[in-house]
Write a protein that binds this ligand. Sequence first.
Ligand SMILES: NC(=O)c1ccc[n+]([C@@H]2O[C@H](COP(=O)([O-])OP(=O)(O)OC[C@H]3O[C@@H](n4cnc5c(N)ncnc54)[C@H](OP(=O)(O)O)[C@@H]3O)[C@@H](O)[C@H]2O)c1
Length: 170
Amino acid sequence: MRISTIAAVATNGVIGKDNDLVWSLPTDMRFFMETTAGHVVITGRKNYESIPEKYRPLKGRTNIVITRNRDYRAEGAIVVHDLRDALDKAHAMGETECFIIGGGQIYRHALVGNMVDTQYITHVDASPEGDAFYPDDAWAGWSEEELRAHEADEKHNHGYVIKRYERPTT
Ligand SMILES: NC(=O)c1ccc[n+]([C@@H]2O[C@H](COP(=O)([O-])OP(=O)(O)OC[C@H]3O[C@@H](n4cnc5c(N)ncnc54)[C@H](OP(=O)(O)O)[C@@H]3O)[C@@H](O)[C@H]2O)c1
């Protein structure tokens, strides 16, 4: 099973502030929804709760929420207490590619733990203030392919480039 992260990251590494996103990029959101459709998505409890209630669990995908809280319940989602357990559950379901969808703590855990094969990164041309970050240079030394690019316009407050990074095979 391929283990992928998918994230939109500012040039200063910021991914969010006050448990919310710091930009509005509708076509990038569409890329996220298309890419993860039909797959298992794994999320930290804070990121899960940042999704507007009417959109969670994210439709058309199996949502797995990670929390240390043994009493936590999320209707329509699977709750686990460990990232490894989330990955094992995805594997047991026959998943071929699962997506770690954030936030900062869960991305870090997965990348520092060398669990990730592929990173889908939307590089956002902005340096906003924030309090949640993607790990620095997490793609250094990985092979990269540009997938899409988008200029800032009336619906997108920043331009961006989406790249897919693959872990070196050696
Ligand atoms: N730009 C993007 O692509 C993107 C994507 C996703 C999220 N975000 C942003 O990221 C921010 C949220 O990220 P965050 O780092 O604050 O939180 P997070 O990673 O979403 O969730 C953190 C929570 O996960 C649980 N957790 C973390 N490590 C754990 C472990 N080892 N074992 C068990 N549970 C564990 C804990 O839940 P409990 O406290 O319940 O125990 C912890 O409080 C928001 O601003 C969001 O908008 C941005």
